[in-house]
Structures are given as structure tokens and as C-alpha cells.
Design a protein around this ligand. Structure first.
Ligand SMILES: NC(=O)c1ccc[n+]([C@@H]2O[C@H](COP(=O)([O-])OP(=O)(O)OC[C@H]3O[C@@H](n4cnc5c(N)ncnc54)[C@H](OP(=O)(O)O)[C@@H]3O)[C@@H](O)[C@H]2O)c1
Length: 256
């Protein structure tokens, strides 16, 4: 077996939440290129249809599942459906992460709960369901997409980082709880990526200058640049990597 074979996802089934666009789509496309059957999720049928079409036109195998992450029951039903149809589920990427930039004092308890439900509770619920399937298979890869803002803070953005740090804790705990069953749990912490959602910000001259100054690579990340880390953690190449947070930020979080 060559070293390249260890990055193959042939025969694997992968679920990527928020896989219709942005980083989730790039991860799904890369997994499909590596041989996996991918299931992309989101709330918008047209976005998911376009994602599935792009992946299948490139020779990959893909399907869509529509549900809101805040609907925990719907998420569990989708997991059960995929498992029934595909007979296995090897990789779960919890990629959805909604953000609500407001001073902490402006949040009601309900607003906090809504965001925590979408960003953290949903991932706990899906990971718990999928981990039991992986445990029975004796193999699995759980990956959470967190953020460098879990470690670095700025005012007016408290709940999203709290959820992201919760996800890191979840992956570390699951690494310990499920490792003996061949299931690894890791996180990817992206820095500034010029995804569709960030397009206006990434083109703003002030933010271009900010990136030049504060990111050692002097620019925003390109969405495709998330895929190396994701494919690595999903593949046999990372067979002994467990409980790790892989930062992909051009060096932003280590520059004083
Ligand atoms: N981009 C960055 O610079 C950056 C930096 C650090 C961390 N991250 C993290 O990386 C992940 C992906 O970021 P991104 O910029 O690619 O995200 P994005 O462009 O906002 O895409 C998010 C995807 O998630 C889906 N989604 C959003 N809310 C959902 C919900 N409640 N239920 C189901 N699906 C939902 C969206 O589809 P629908 O709208 O159709 O539902 C979309 O396909 C997030 O967790 C984010 O926090 C991103």
C-alpha cells in the first residue's frame, strides 16, 4: 500500500453537515474525490441540489438530506435513514456553525439556547448517534469544525466561541470514550476563510489589510485550503491521531 492509498476514502460513507456550500462543500467534494459516498446536509434544497450536481458531475457519489440542525429529532432520523440505506457510516463532519455577533448583555436566555442548540447540542446529538454505529463497525471518524475564536476572543461575540469550545471538549471526550472501538475524534479550527458567507468581508479593503498584517501568510484562506486537513483526519493516514485540534489559519493564532 502506497502512502497515497492511506488517504483513500474508497468505500467509506461520510455525512457532512452544512455541506451545500462554503467549507462544508469543499470537504464533501474532496471526500467524494477520494472515493467516499457523501451525504450533504442543510436547510435549502436548491443549494444542496447544486452541491450534489457539482459532486456527481465530477464523478463523485453524493446525496442530500434536508434538515435544520436545531431539529434534533430530524437529525437522528437522517442518521438512521443513511445507515439503513448504505449499511454503514464511517465519517461525520459536524461543520454547521451559526454566529450571532452581539454584546453578551443583548442575549436573552432563549437566544443563547437557540444558538447553542444549532452549534453544539446538534453536534452532540449527531455524534452520539453516529458513534454507536461506528462502535459496532469497529471504525469511524468524528470531526468537528470549530474555530480559532474558541481560543482567541473579541468583544460582542461570546456565544459562538462558547459553542466552539464545547465542540472541542466533546471531541476530546469522545476520543477517550470511543478510541478503544476504533473511532477517532478530532477537530479542525479554521482561521479567516473567504467563503460565500464572508465574501463581502473578505473583499473589504480594511479586512484585506487586516489579513496582510495579522496572518503570517498575509491573506484570507481559500475555501479549498481546508480540504487537506479534513481528508487527513478522515482517512487511514490519521489512524493514530485522536483528540487533536488541527488549526488551519495561515499562522494567525500564533502571531503576537
Ligand atoms: N469561514 C470562515 O472564515 C470560518 C472561520 C472559522 C470557523 N468557521 C466554521 O466553519 C464552518 C463552516 O463555515 P462556512 O463559512 O463555510 O459556513 P457557511 O458559509 O455559513 O455555510 C454553512 C452551511 O451550513 C448550513 N447551515 C447553516 N445553518 C444551518 C442550520 N441551522 N441547519 C442546517 N444547516 C445549516 C448552510 O446551508 P443552509 O443555509 O441551506 O441551511 C450552509 O450550507 C462553520 O462551523 C464555521 O463556524 C468558518
Amino acid at each position: 500500500m502506497s502512502v497515497y492509498d492511506r488517504f483513500s476514502l474508497d468505500g467509506r460513507v461520510a455525512l457532512i453537515t452544512g455541506g451545500g456550500r462554503g467549507l462544508g462543500f469543499e470537504i464533501a467534494l474532496a471526500f467524494a474525490e477520494a472515493g467516499a459516498h457523501v451525504v450533504v446536509t442543510g436547510r435549502t434544497a436548491a443549494t444542496l441540489d447544486a452541491a450534489v450536481a457539482a459532486i456527481t458531475q465530477g464523478g463523485g457519489s453524493a446525496q442530500a438530506a434536508i434538515f435544520d440542525m436545531a431539529d434534533l429529532e430530524a437529525g437522528r432520523a437522517v442518521i438512521a435513514d443513511i445507515h439503513k440505506a448504505c449499511g454503514r457510516l464511517d465519517i461525520l463532519v459536524n461543520n454547521v456553525g451559526a454566529r450571532d455577533r452581539r454584546p453578551l448583555a443583548a442575549f436573552s436566555d432563549d437566544a443563547v439556547l437557540d444558538l447553542i442548540k444549532t452549534d453544539l447540542l446538534s453536534a452532540i446529538s449527531l455524534s452520539r448517534e453516529v458513534a454507536e454505529i461506528m462502535k459496532a463497525q469497529g471504525h469511524g471518524r468524528l470531526i468537528a469544525v470549530t474555530s480559532i475564536v474558541g481560543e482567541m476572543a473579541r468583544p460582542g461575540d461570546a456565544i459562538y466561541p462558547a459553542a466552539k469550545q464545547g465542540l472541542t471538549g466533546l471531541m476530546r471526550s469522545m476520543a477517550v470514550e470511543y478510541g478503544a472501538h476504533g473511532v477517532t475524534s478530532n477537530a479542525i479550527a479554521p482561521g479567516m476563510f473567504a467563503t460565500e458567507t464572508n465574501a463581502a468581508m473578505a473583499e473589504n479593503p480594511d479586512m484585506v489589510a487586516f489579513a496582510r498584517q495579522r496572518v503570517p501568510l498575509q491573506r484570507w484562506g481559500r475555501p479549498r485550503e481546508i480540504t487537506g486537513a479534513a481528508l487527513f483526519l478522515a482517512s487511514d493516514a490519521a489512524s493514530f491521531v485522536n483528540g487533536h485540534v488541527l488549526t488551519v489559519d495561515g499562522g494567525r493564532s500564533v502571531q503576537l
